[in-house]
Design a protein around this ligand. Structure first.
Ligand SMILES: [Fe+2]
Length: 359
């Protein structure tokens, strides 16, 4: 009888199943808190996709979700894919088409362009085509791959799974045509839709709770657990600081400005942004968005938080931190936040349009 050998270290190493899968994809990997320009991210050949790409692992995603950019060369198409993780797709540049089908059902094809937002329903087969012969098409995809791959740690189950989620998609011929879109109104506005032709010009509605005279709309696509929202706020204004869970990929789709991100009691990180910049506030970090340009600022957030398929902690993103919520009201913010904003506006020859701070 031999005693088992005991070692004082973890014999399995520190990598997650998702870490290992990312390595096996053999594409460039980008890490950090923000990306300056999604259109300029360097991409390399991606064998599984049949195009070019890079996986972008933002700190603030905290491996709950993740994203990548993928480029389809001029006149080319990608290989068909199928996976048991959700995927929200935003077209960064170019135009083309996507064909979607379940085995045994009639495929259907829809066309997209720069600014389009859609999501291949969970585990459907889908193939993307570049519609232009003279320039590449590029999209950003935010996926729930980290959670799914880490949970099942079996890539074959995730990528070669015959199960059809008929509750999400069963070949309806009008699925991507918008004929069954629904709008839910209230303090917040939700649009249930499976294809948005150009999210940059999607209909928005006044949204009071975050301040700044902003406009907003949420988008529930393809019966996902992940959702999207668009927020717009006027020249010379900034929004209230607030905090929530990980994984909100904020993509700038209009204007210029900056955001502050900080964990309570810690130094603030400043992120300067413009169209196609992206950042992800880490879980429980306050963050606050500032418009320093001469046009309204607008961003698209690709994130967790479906109201239709709820999951996890409900954050008090509309409630005052003084009352146990997760939003800082303007009178309670550090005066340096307003002072910095005024200095940044002055660099662009603009003035602050916010109500004066109480003395
Ligand atoms: Fe946020």
């Amino acid at each position: 009888m031999v005693d088992p050998v005991l070692e004082d270290r973890n014999p399995w190493g520190d990598k997650t199943s998702y870490d290992k899968w990312v390595e096996s994809e053999e594409v460039p990997v980008i890490k950090g808190y923000y990306v300056e320009d999604l259109a300029a991210v360097g991409v390399g050949p991606w064998k599984r996709k049949g195009g070019l790409g890079a996986i972008i692992r933002m700190e603030g995603a905290e491996e709950t979700n993740d994203c990548y950019v993928c480029e389809i060369p001029p006149g080319a198409s990608l290989k068909p894919q199928k996976h048991v993780f959700e995927e929200l797709i935003y077209v960064v540049k170019g135009r083309g088409a996507t064909t979607i089908w379940n085995d045994g059902e009639k495929p259907q094809t829809f066309e997209w362009q720069e600014g389009s937002l859609f999501s291949p329903p969970l585990n459907t087969r889908h193939q993307h085509f570049n519609g232009q012969g003279n320039q590449p098409a590029r999209y950003l995809a935010v996926t729930s791959a980290p959670t799914v791959i880490n949970l099942f740690h079996n890539v074959d189950f995730v990528l070669n799974n015959p199960f059809q989620f008929k509750d999400r998609y069963s070949g309806e011929s009008d699925y991507f045509l918008g004929s069954r879109n629904k709008l839910y109104t209230g303090v917040e506005h939700f649009q249930e839709t499976n294809f948005v032709p150009d999210i940059r010009s999607a209909r928005l509605f006044p949204y009071g709770p975050r301040g700044a005279g902003g406009y907003n709309s949420k988008f529930q696509l393809s019966d996902n657990t992940m959702v999207a929202h668009v927020s717009e706020f006027p020249v010379g204004t900034y929004k209230k600081g607030h905090r929530h869970g990980a994984g909100a990929h904020v993509v700038i789709i209009g204007g210029v400005g900056y955001s502050l991100m900080w964990l309570q009691g810690q130094p603030r990180m400043k992120i300067d942004w413009r169209v196609n910049s992206m950042f992800v506030p880490p879980e429980n970090w306050f963050h606050q968005h500032f418009n320093t340009g001469a046009a309204p600022a607008k961003y698209l957030a690709l994130r967790w938080g479906s109201k239709k398929f709820k999951m996890g902690k409900a954050w008090g993103t509309r409630e005052d931190v003084k009352k146990g919520g997760d939003q800082i009201e303007y009178p309670d913010e550090d005066p340096e936040i307003r002072a910095l904003f005024e200095r940044e506006l002055a660099k662009n020859g603009l003035t602050c349009k916010m109500p004066p701070r109480a003395p």
